[in-house]
Design a protein around this ligand. Sequence first.
Ligand code: FES
Length: 155
Amino acid sequence: MPDRLAPEPVPRRDFLGLAGTAAAGLAVAGSLAGLARLPKPSVLPEASRRFRAGKPEEFTPGTVKIVQEHNVRLIGTEQGVAALSLVCTHLGCIVAESPEGFKCPCHGSKFTHEGKVTAGPAPRPLRWLAVSRAADGSLVVDKDVEVAPNQFFKA
Ligand code: FES
């Protein structure tokens, strides 16, 4: 009869079986921990593509304001305010101002001041973007809404 205070030694075969079961349990727990992480988004949602550009009175005729973080150039004229995207329509580089208008540093596309293509490979003109007015009176540019060239928002 076995002594209650001195348990029988675990046979080698039983020990290996227990070790195998423990390893399988750890593998399952690790897999479940990995699955628990899947529903979380791996990237941050994109920031809003609408942004406030300032008060209408900041855009007196002749005013030019470049909003670097949005790659948009706003101009104030007698007709109102307009916004031009500075994103090249070829592969998305940011165009730089040049004496003739804009030039893309990546593959050499050239645009007029109104965004018309004068040298490729850009397939389309620069985009003119919708300008509107927010409830607080400030101007809002929506980078998702393209408007016809030379369309000005009269505040
Ligand atoms: S990205 Fe502008 S010319 Fe290629």
